[in-house]
Design a protein around this ligand. Structure first.
Ligand code: 13P
Ligand code: SF4
Length: 352
């Protein structure tokens, strides 16, 4: 279906019929068949900034995952409707922190008398309910392209951070960018009483990391870095900060998807790159840079299955529904949650 000329023509025709009423955003991990129709492509930070860029557009079709569409709804006006072409496009990492679990964690910290000192920070890859929790408790949202500045801001407000839900981004940023020791960080397991930590560990930690991870980036290993260095002398290893700490430590460069794209643009012809991020993006980069040797860091790791849910048939269906005057799969965050989570998102957008 991907290269079906009929579907491509139907998407093009529906987009043309909707004209300025439609704004399509696409994350870099989307399929080529979908990204070709995006008005703006970006990493999750750029897409959050861009969500409000076209206030005149009635419909924002978000080609990405659920938490991104929620954030777009929070950041745009009531007269704009955000649409997710397939409601099954969630994120396994975001699902690893529920509001109830985070409330329980906060109760544990409150019982220990620690919450005065703790600033919660959540990665963008979390539900609106978690962003609202963070907004209510004086914290902020971050993405992989501003985690350092977000954490610096948080440590100006308090002595400790509760970082949700990606332990790897939190640990990598604390150790690499803020100069923390690994021993300054503890990992809170929401499936164990007290997070599986002693009171003393919670008291002493500067960084309390939620035990969540990305099911794609969490699978890269130190072995895959060593293997590619043996196989391709002079290779540059470039990975996303959602990778494990040992992988990030062994890499040459680390950054968000937007950073990875810019690094490849700046790379000299003939250079070799092993990239540890989602496969749709790596394949696109290999195609866009035929003068460079661009390879996937680990051949056994595949696409993000939920990002891939948005395919051309789903995009065509949602656009044709809009043309027919129906609104498919609107993503609406309730007013209370939206108000609190907007506080946390706005704090991020205001970072210098
Ligand atoms: P960025 O878009 O911030 O690079 O995050 C990657 C990701 O996993 C999005 O789901
Ligand atoms: Fe979630 Fe990872 Fe997929 Fe991003 S790549 S949507 S963090 S599972």
């Amino acid at each position: 279906a991907a290269s079906d000329p009929d579907l491509i023509e139907r998407a093009r025709a529906a987009k043309e019929a909707l004209g300025d009423r439609l704004f399509i955003l696409g994350h870099h991990y989307q399929r080529d068949e979908v990204i070709q129709f995006a008005d703006v492509t970006g990493d999750s930070f750029k897409l959050a900034q861009q969500a409000a860029a076209r206030p005149d557009a009635e419909f924002i079709v978000f080609c990405g995952v659920h938490f991104m569409a929620e954030s777009a709804d929070i950041l745009t006006g009531d007269q704009q409707t955000v649409i997710l072409p397939d409601l099954a496009a969630g994120c396994s990492m975001a699902d690893m922190a529920t509001r109830q679990q985070v409330d329980e964690c906060w109760d544990t910290l409150t019982d220990l008398g620690l919450t005065e000192d703790v600033v919660p920070v959540t990665y963008m890859n979390s539900s609106a309910a978690i962003k609202a929790f963070v907004g209510e408790h004086g914290g902020l949202v971050c993405t992989s392209s501003n985690a350092q500045r977000a954490l610096e801001w948080a440590y100006e407000q308090g002595r400790k951070v509760l970082f949700l839900p990606d332990q790897h981004l939190g640990r990598n940023t604390a150790v690499r960018e803020l100069g923390f020791e690994l021993s300054d960080c503890v990992t809170y397991n929401p499936h164990k009483p007290g997070g599986g930590l002693t009171d003393e560990e919670l008291r002493d930690a500067r960084m309390i990391l939620w035990r969540g991870h990305c099911s794609v980036h969490g699978r890269f290993t130190l072995d895959s870095v060593n293997e590619v260095r043996d196989r391709v002398p002079g290779v540059n290893v470039l990975v996303h900060p959602e990778c494990k700490h040992e992988v990030v430590s062994a890499a040459d460069l680390v950054g968000s998807t937007e950073y990875i794209i810019k690094a490849l643009e700046a790379a000299p012809a003939g250079s070799a790159w092993a990239i540890g991020t989602e496969l749709n993006l790596v394949r696109r980069l290999a195609h866009q840079h035929p003068d460079k040797q661009v390879m996937f860091l680990d051949k056994t790791i595949c696409y993000c299955s939920t990002m891939n849910r948005i395919d051309l048939p789903h995009l065509v269906w949602s656009l044709e529904e809009l043309v027919a005057g129906r609104v498919p799969n609107p993503i609406t965050v309730d007013a209370d949650t939206a108000r609190h989570s907007k506080v946390a998102l706005d704090r991020m957008l205001a970072l210098p």
